[in-house]
Structure formats: C-alpha cells, structure tokens
Design a binder for this molecule. Structure first.
Ligand code: AMP
Length: 222
C-alpha cells in the first residue's frame, strides 16, 4: 500500500475502522472521509436515524442499542451494503461495521460480488479504563451528530440546547458495550490480521496526533 501515494483529494480507498466504543473511530472517520472525498458510513448513525424516524427497524433496534447490545446481524447487513452500493460511494470508511465475524464474512462476500476488496483496516487501540473515562464525558449535538468531550473539547455555549448524553453512554450501557466488544468484535482483529489488512494505531493521543498517524500509515497527504 505504501507505494500508492495519493496527492488528489478524492481518495477511493475502501477502509474499515475498528476499535472499542470511545476509541474515537467515529470522529476520525468522519473527518478523514470529508477531507479526502470518501463516504463515511456509520451503521450506528444510520440506526439512530431510523430510531428518530420511528421506522419498524428503528423501533426494533432501539431495544438493543439502549441496553448496550449489538443489533442482530441480519438487521444491519442491508443497511451497510446499501450504503456502500449507493451511487455517491467510491471510496468509503466503514465506521462500526463489521462488528461480528458473521458481518465480516458477509462484507467479504459482498465485496467479492462487486469485484472490489478492502484497502486496509485501521484498528484504534485503547485500554478499558480510558474508554470508560472518555465515554462518561462524551456529549453529542443531537442535530448535527458532532461529538464533544467535557474536558478536551467542550461543546460551545450556543449549541447547549442541542447537547445530549447518548442513552448508550450511561455507565451500565458502557460496561455492557465493552463486554460485547471484547466478546464479539475483538475477534475481527485476528481475522483481518490474517488477511494482512490490519494496521494498528494507538488511539490514546490527542485527536490531531491520532489523525496524523492514520494519515501517515495510509500514506494520505498530512
Ligand atoms: P456506534 O455509533 O457505532 O457506537 O453504534 C451505536 C450502537 O448501534 C451500537 O452499540 C450497537 O447497538 C448498534 N450498532 C451499530 N453498528 C452495528 C453493527 N454493525 N452491528 C450491530 N449493532 C450495531
């Protein structure tokens, strides 16, 4: 991959961002996708949109999300595949999909059928203690979806009426999400490592430092 130096700002890499809740993968994926002209595909954000719209899928998904559980595989599969298939999607960053080995197998099948393949999988690493500390201070703008952190990136005063705590950032749900991550999602590290796609990035540094490191390992312009 290091030989593919890209200088234009329309990068067609097909990336997966892996990492526990609170590793910052959503914030990094969103920024990199918009900067380099890739589509940011967050199954969590799509599911929250379904909940807000009161669809049948949203009503079903809400029960799992609020308890820190994964939404069943078959419910998220088509959300991810439809997003990848959409016309505005050449390069993409998948943020929060796949989350189980079953989802990874489906993704592989889907990419093969499209005669495409993943470029790389970025694994953002962080300890459980740092996850709990980050998530308990996370706030979100309910209109824009932008994330804030009470100490490191406090929400601007003028947005205060839109600032909420995600229901799955409550302490019990955080613990549950971490447990689920280690049981069901962490096995993907070995899965993608065996496929020689995995690149580990330490997620503990500042947002800018982690961002630069991701750009460096992907050979993106800094
Ligand atoms: P996120 O915004 O990525 O943290 O996702 C929020 C919640 O949505 C997760 O805790 C899961 O309940 C659900 N979710 C998002 N993506 C998936 C997925 N690929 N598989 C199952 N559940 C998902």
């Amino acid at each position: 991959m290091t030989s593919q130096i890209k200088t234009d700002l329309d990068i067609d890499y097909r990336l997966v961002f892996l990492g526990p809740p609170g590793s910052g993968k959503g914030t990094q994926a969103r920024l990199l996708a918009s900067r380099f002209g890739m589509k940011h595909i967050s199954t969590g954000a799509i599911l929250r949109g379904e909940i807000d719209a009161g669809t049948c899928l949203g009503i079903e998904a809400k029960k799992y999300i609020e308890n820190g559980q994964l939404v069943p595989d078959h419910l998220v599969r088509s959300l991810a595949e439809n997003a990848i298939k959409s016309e505005d999607c050449k390069g993409f960053i998948l943020d929060g999909y796949p989350r189980t080995i079953q989802q990874a197998l489906w993704l592989c099948e889907f990419m093969d059928a499209e005669a495409e393949s993943l470029t790389a999988v970025i694994n953002l690493t962080i300890s459980n203690e740092d996850v709990v500390s980050r998530l308990s201070q996370r706030r979100i703008n309910s209109c824009t979806g932008e994330n804030f952190h009470l100490s490191n990136k406090p929400p601007p005063q003028e947005q205060s009426k839109f600032i909420v705590i995600r229901s799955d950032d409550q302490p019990d749900a955080i613990r549950q999400r971490l447990k689920i991550y280690h049981e069901l999602t962490h096995p993907l590290v070995e899965y993608y490592s065996k496929k020689k796609l995995l690149i580990a990035v330490d997620a503990l540094g500042s947002f800018g430092a982690v961002n630069s490191e991701i750009c460096r390992v992907l050979n993106f312009p800094g």
